[in-house]
Design a protein around this ligand. Structure first.
Ligand SMILES: *[C@@H]1O[C@H](CO)[C@@H](O)[C@H](O)[C@H]1NC(C)=O
Ligand SMILES: *[C@@H]1O[C@H](CO)[C@@H](O)[C@H](O)[C@H]1NC(C)=O
Ligand SMILES: CC(=O)N[C@H]1CO[C@H](CO)[C@@H](O)[C@@H]1O
Ligand SMILES: [Ca+2]
Ligand SMILES: [Ca+2]
Length: 579
């Protein structure tokens, strides 16, 4: 029998799902772990890898396919691990390489994929490469971006350009040893790599290969849009960026218009190069597809380039920050509709969408949009087509923790002033995970924690929420069950605002049930006629998912002509018949 004949036979017998070959990540549910705050295994008040291993079963419990972990590599921690001094070593704060290997093997047993955070934009200034570069060693001389700067008429020195660091101040730091400036788009302890140097690129490729060998399933690439700066001119000089007129403070990041320091045309090609490393590794070693998740806060048209071009594959998942960046408390349903459809429409043919609403750099969803919209956002993320990406604790509806100025550790806040530190601090979204209603929320057995445990942990924690039938946690778990339904895995998606107040998402795979998620964004009671919103709907639906706001129960029937929603209520309906 030829392969084709047997394939048709299998199809005929209904043994082969149509998309049996769909890669695992296409509709995966991702979960971001911030290791410092997830679980502390040794009582020092800082989360660690053994803590993650201990809680991998929890990820299984809540239906997570894969987790990406914020950095735990060797670092002086000037920026909490985003300043890496050894790309191939675990920082002792988080454990050992053996702990990492245990975590990966336990994750494999459970079927949870592990994605490593890869921070390519810079290293620590304590990285061996930087030390050698600063010493002018021939091989490492051009690993970083160096320039002598200029002399003013009065003999003082000034940096090569007016570029500003994200963390305030000039992006150039004078190095006494080398007698040159080096570029740092972030902290001065985070010198930028010179990605125009092929040797640097190969070093980075080797970092990827190293971790692939260790069994990771892919990489989340940090802030890729800062990878390249404009190329130096024939004299080795760089141009100033044009001024923005809304600030006169040359130390403020917004002082210049970023045309030479972010989103240079070469950057997506770096990602294409990495994708080839992953493909090659898979070809050589087998196993499931390894993936790239790419973080870039660029305009949407530029983000789309990271999916690939006509000839080269790029990242499977360029993070979709449309919702996180553009939605605010007062956004109406048309705004949601626009942002969602805009991504779906601009996405290249055959690619998969992804949805993000929270992460370690943003305030908690419940603090940005209101505690009673937590379920609404979880339902939205998990019933839209493609991947969902959930930040730890959002499944519990955790809110921002209060962190006093004295307790604040985020450099982005500490580099500023006490008067407005809360506007810049990312600490409130990073307070320890709430595991139980016991002391320290079950996060640590120690007496103190690196950031304070939020005071509301007795209401919002894993243990308590397990026991409450319509808790955020149980709504989240129910959503994961619904994500197994063919219409939600593979079905078409129609996203439409019914009014200013109500958003509707219809998912349907021909021959299967129709699913409709409804979101009442504001605080009025709303009635919706689904038949006037979507063409040719079945007449009868039943509640497939309700929340604590609902006056209906799962399984209750409702006519498509009249569905009532309570303030801020979100629900999922399923047709009573297939269509
Ligand atoms: C796509 O990217 C590859 C790899 O960087 C490049 O060689 C090729 O020229 C690009 N193709 C198009 C059509 O831009
Ligand atoms: C809902 O809309 C449909 C189509 O416009 C209409 O036929 C039906 O009468 C409406 N139902 C109610 C209860 O208003
Ligand atoms: C582009 C980028 O730099 N991404 C990360 C690298 O730099 C800063 C500082 O480490 C991080 O905060 C970014 O997320
Ligand atoms: Ca610890
Ligand atoms: Ca750079």
């Amino acid at each position: 029998m030829t392969t084709w004949t047997s394939l048709f036979l299998l199809l005929g017998l209904g043994l082969l799902a149509v998309d049996a070959a769909a890669p695992w990540w296409k509709t995966a549910s991702f979960y971001q772990i911030y290791p410092r705050s997830f679980k502390d295994s040794d009582g020092d008040g800082i989360g660690d890898l053994n803590g993650v291993t201990e809680k991998l079963e929890y990820l299984k419990e809540i239906g997570v396919t894969a987790t990406w972990l914020s950095p735990f590599l060797k670092s002086p921690m000037a920026d909490f691990g985003y300043d890496i001094s050894d790309f191939k070593a675990v920082d002792p704060l988080f454990g050992t390489m053996e702990d990492f290997e245990n975590m990966v093997s336990r994750a494999k047993e459970l079927g949870v994929k592990i994605i490593l955070d890869f921070v390519p934009n810079h290293s620590s200034d304590e990285c061996d490469w930087f030390l050698r570069s600063a010493a002018g060693e021939e091989e490492y001389k051009d690993y970083y971006i160096w320039h002598a700067g200029f002399l003013n008429e009065d003999g003082t020195r000034r940096p090569p350009t007016n570029w500003v660091s994200v963390f305030r101040g000039s992006a150039w730091e004078w190095h006494e040893g080398r007698q040159e400036y080096y570029l740092h788009q972030f902290h001065k302890k985070q010198p930028d790599f010179n990605f125009r140097n092929p040797v640097v690129r190969e070093e980075m490729n080797n970092v990827l290969r190293f971790w692939l060998e260790k069994g990771v399933d892919g990489f989340r690439v940090d802030a890729i849009y800062h990878a390249f700066e404009i190329e130096a001119d024939e004299n080795g000089n760089y141009p100033d960026e044009p001024r923005n007129d809304w600030t006169n403070d040359p130390d403020e990041y917004g002082y210049t218009h970023k045309i030479y320091t972010v989103d240079q045309p070469e950057t997506p090609h770096l990602v294409y190069e990495w994708r080839q490393i992953l493909e090659q590794f898979q070809a050589d070693n087998g196993g499931d597809e390894r993936i790239l998740m790419v973080e870039t806060w660029s305009p949407i048209e530029i983000v789309m380039h990271y999916y690939g071009n006509e000839t080269a594959e790029g990242a499977q998942i360029p993070f979709n920050f449309q919702l996180i960046s553009n939605l605010h408390y007062d956004s109406d349903a048309y705004h949601y509709e626009y942002l969602i459809n805009n991504w779906l429409n601009l996405m290249p043919e055959g690619k998969s969408a992804n949805w993000v609403i929270g992460n370690h750099d943003k305030n908690r969803v419940g603090s940005r949009f209101g505690a009673d919209r937590v379920d609404l956002f979880n339902i939205l993320l998990l019933t839209l087509p493609g991947c969902s990406i959930t930040y730890q604790g959002e499944e519990l509806g955790m809110l921002d923790g209060y962190v006093s100025w004295e307790d604040t550790v985020d450099p982005q806040a500490c580099n500023g002033y006490e008067s407005n530190y809360m506007d810049n601090s990312r600490d409130p979204a990073r307070t320890p995970m709430h595991w139980s209603d016991e002391t320290m929320a079950g996060f640590t057995t120690g007496k103190s924690t690196w950031l304070p445990v939020s005071t509301d942990y007795r209401q919002r924690n894993v243990k308590t929420e397990r026991g409450v039938s319509l808790s955020h946690l149980n709504v989240f778990k129910r959503l994961q069950q619904l994500r197994q339904e063919p219409s939600i895995v593979d079905g078409s998606a129609e996203v439409t605002a019914v009014s200013n107040y109500v958003l509707a998402v219809k998912r349907h795979l021909l021959g299967d049930y129709v699913y409709i998620s409804l979101f009442n964004i504001f605080d009025s009671i709303e009635n919706v006629n689904l038949s006037s919103v979507f063409g040719s709907l079945p007449a009868k639906f039943q509640y497939a998912l309700v929340t604590e706001k609902s006056i209906k129960k799962v399984g209750d029937q409702v006519s498509a002509g009249s569905v009532t929603l309570m303030p801020h209520e979100a629900i999922v309906l399923r047709s009573t018949t297939t269509a």
